[in-house]
Design a protein around this ligand. Structure first.
Ligand code: OAD
Ligand code: ZN
Length: 270
């Protein structure tokens, strides 16, 4: 057994041992809620329970490519509210950067499109944005890229951006339902077989294929869920640990056990 116990102190002890070299993270909207960005499925506060005003046939339609073609207004209304730039990374984002600076982070797989991990200073090459991001955008008809500053202006002014070449709709390179995940995701996924530790943070693990990544780590690899509720298959293996708490609180305690708390605060205050 690699872990001596199912608590944060035992995880820290393992992380300090020679057995723990490759740490992987799978993250979702829950790592950004303390920044003020709502998650999707939390009752009351989640985006999907607050989309009524957008007149959607069902909440996920806001991220459906066929619906978007017919009516891009709901998505752009949401984009206006979620516009990156408005929000500051959380302590959890800084912890991910710290893992990277300590040489432990192999890959951070994120479902989030808020780009807060980049803004926290996690190196680009360590991040897989599995559902894309607001970083680039293009025409959904001819594929022509669209200027980043221009789309920011449009979103800010509540206007819909159209292609300068063919007048098609422009969409940020976010993965919608009905679209495939980026090649980088499929190329990086097999590296999970080398995982010594997996953190699953702030995700309900309801969306596939992302949720299936948890099964790619070896049986001996501890899988640590840090989330407000149980999620996916975490808990079904003997080495699984579930920490049902706010992730900012859990990572602070973990950093303290690792002797990294000062480093963490320094990064966060940057
Ligand atoms: P969800 O809203 O489904 O799940 C967020 C999870 O985070 C929930 O289980 C919450 O309990 C938990 N949570 C919220 N705040 C937390 C906190 N401070 N600390 C710890 N846990 C917290 O969001 P995702 O799993 O990210 O897809 O959703 C996955 C995908 O569904 C998204 O990427 C999006 C959506 O449709 C696309 O946009 C394509
Ligand atoms: Zn076009």
């Amino acid at each position: 057994e690699l872990l001596k116990g199912k608590d944060i102190a035992s995880i820290a002890k393992y992380m300090k041992s020679k057995h723990c070299k490759n740490v992987f993270i799978m993250a979702g909207a829950g790592i950004s809620t303390s920044a003020g960005i709502p998650d999707f499925r939390s009752p009351k506060t989640g985006l999907y329970s607050n989309l009524a005003k957008l007149n959607l046939p069902f909440p996920e339609a806001v991220f459906e490519i066929n619906f978007f073609r017919k009516n891009p207004v709901p998505f752009y209304t949401l984009a206006h509210e979620l516009a990156p730039g408005k929000f500051r990374p959380t302590l959890t984002h800084s912890f991910i950067r710290l893992l990277s600076e300590k040489g432990l982070l192999h890959t951070h797989f994120t479902q989030n499109i808020d780009t807060l991990e980049r803004r926290a200073g996690v190196p680009d090459e360590d991040i897989i944005e599995a559902h894309g991001s607001f970083a680039t955008q293009r025409c959904i008809d001819c594929g022509e890229p669209y200027d980043g500053d221009e789309i920011k202006r449009k979103i800010k002014g509540k206007e819909i951006p159209y292609c300068n070449v063919c007048q098609g709709l422009v969409k940020p390179d976010i993965v919608f339902y009905g679209e495939g995940l980026p090649d980088e995701f499929h190329l990086a996924a097999p590296s999970l077989k080398n995982a010594d530790l997996l953190f699953v943070m702030g995700t309900s693990l309801t969306v596939h294929p992302f949720a299936g990544l948890t099964r790619l780590v070896p049986r001996r690899c501890p899988r640590v869920l840090v989330n407000l509720e149980l999620a996916g298959d975490i808990g079904s293996r003997t080495n699984d640990v579930t920490i049902l708490r706010e992730c900012d609180i859990a990572v602070r305690e973990l950093a303290r056990e690792l002797g990294w708390e000062e480093d963490l605060d320094k990064l966060w205050e940057e």
